[in-house]
Write a protein that binds this ligand. Structure first.
Ligand code: R5P
Length: 314
């Protein structure tokens, strides 16, 4: 049927894709992915998508490079199957931290991924909490950049936020954390975090703002190795912070992150399901997982019907 809404999923986050489909009341599109003996990937779209408005969901999880190829091949297959419009839905964008040339002779890989998506046949992109909002400018096609802030704020609004301070873990996140602080009516403190090269344990040089005898909520875009969060919590404790809550949009939680977190003197770690985290949340009872599926479903529905997406930020 012309302009019919169809949703397909790659293998990165099948549970989130199913949940988004449930909110949209659409059946997840039928596709198959297989690997030949020579390690080449084959994707087949198992239903008619001619003239359809197609959304392909893929979150960046290990093996990251295989995930990118799977997404590109699926988009290519949809294009050659005559889909009318293809939107790449990327709850966690691949190579999101490789967004600048901060050393000589390195790649800006997030930009390369943008080029590859367009070349494959992507017409638009829907994503969430990019490491820097400028990544949207890497694309020559429209990008809708969702924020998980309302979801995280709703969680903390249920708590008694007396004597709390919102903490931005580095200067780069201060603007984003400021919006979070405004919404929760909290003062803001900013950490002066310095990382040399690819160092997993950055140094906290200073804290701008008052955290002594206050409860704090740290807001970060992602926790990967856990190095930043350990240093942040340590610095806050040294400066007299009381109860510490951590909120992060993307639970990358790679390497020894889980062991590091289990040793942290925090009350709660609140994350979303942009990346599958159920096995890790089962290991660590202080992890709360909030679903982004309703927000993605609404955004997909608005894009499909041509409504504004910006009103979803409030
Ligand atoms: C850094 O710019 C980000 O906002 C996060 O703080 C960082 O990605 C966390 O990485 P890790 O957990 O490996 O320190």
């Amino acid at each position: 049927m012309r302009d019919q809404l169809k949703v397909f999923a790659c293998s990165g986050n099948p549970d989130l894709a199913k949940e988004i489909c449930r909110f949209l009341s659409v059946k997840l599109g039928d596709s198959s992915v297989m690997k030949f003996t020579n390690d080449n990937t084959k994707v087949k779209i198992e239903e008619n998508v001619r003239e359809a408005d197609v959304f392909v969901i893929q979150s960046s999880v290990p093996p990251v490079n295989d995930g990118i190829m799977e997404l590109l091949i699926m988009i290519d297959a949809l294009k050659y199957a005559s889909a009318k419009r293809i939107t790449a839905v990327l709850p966690y964008y691949p190579y999101v931290r490789s967004d600048k040339k901060d050393e000589p002779r390195i790649s800006i890989t997030a930009r390369l991924v943008a080029d590859l998506l367009k070349t494959a046949g992507t017409d638009r992109v829907l994503t969430m909490n990019l490491h820097s909002p400028q990544i949207a400018g890497f694309f020559e096609i429209p990008v809708d950049h969702l924020a998980a802030t309302p979801i995280l704020c709703r969680h903390f609004e249920k708590k008694d936020l007396n004597c709390h301070v919102l903490v931005a873990p580095d200067a780069g996140s201060a603007k984003r954390a400021g919006r979070y602080a405004n919404r929760l009516h909290l003062p803001l403190a900013i950490l002066d975090k310095r990382r040399s090269g690819d160092d997993e344990t950055p140094a906290i040089e200073n804290i701008i703002g008052d955290v002594e005898d206050r409860n704090v909520i740290i807001f970060d875009d992602e926790i990967a190795t856990g190095g930043s969060i350990c240093e942040t919590v340590d610095a806050l404790k040294r400066h007299g912070a009381k109860d510490i809550y951590v909120s992060a949009v993307h639970p990358v939680l790679c390497g020894s992150a889980m062991e590091r977190i289990s040793d942290l003197p925090i009350k709660e770690l609140v994350v979303t399901n942009t990346i599958p985290v159920h096995d890790k949340a089962a290991q660590e009872p202080r992890i709360t997982v909030l679903s982004v599926a309703p927000l993605f479903a609404k955004a997909i529905s608005h894009i499909h019907s041509g409504e504004s997406v910006s009103n979803l930020f409030s």
